[in-house]
Ligand binder design. Structure first.
Ligand SMILES: [Zn+2]
Length: 66
């Protein structure tokens, strides 16, 4: 009998807690082998905030500077 290793929980948005799309859900040994572009969206806050929250965050930053 061999047990299958479980995958880690999906990545969540740091602001609203929504499940992040486009972020690989693999164990560390496999994450190491994956290309960087497969691990998180290639945009500011990719892999940390969801698309909605990053949009709002970028807007808020621009408002703060202007
Ligand atoms: Zn969010």
């Amino acid at each position: 009998m061999q047990y299958k290793e479980r995958k880690p929980q999906p990545a969540k948005c740091a602001n609203c807690g929504a499940v992040l799309k486009g972020v690989a859900r693999e164990r560390p040994y496999k994450m190491k082998r994956l290309p960087k572009s497969a691990k998180r969206p290639e945009r500011p806050f990719g892999g940390n905030l969801c698309s909605k929250c990053s949009r709002e965050k970028i807007k808020a930053e621009i408002r703060a500077t202007a």
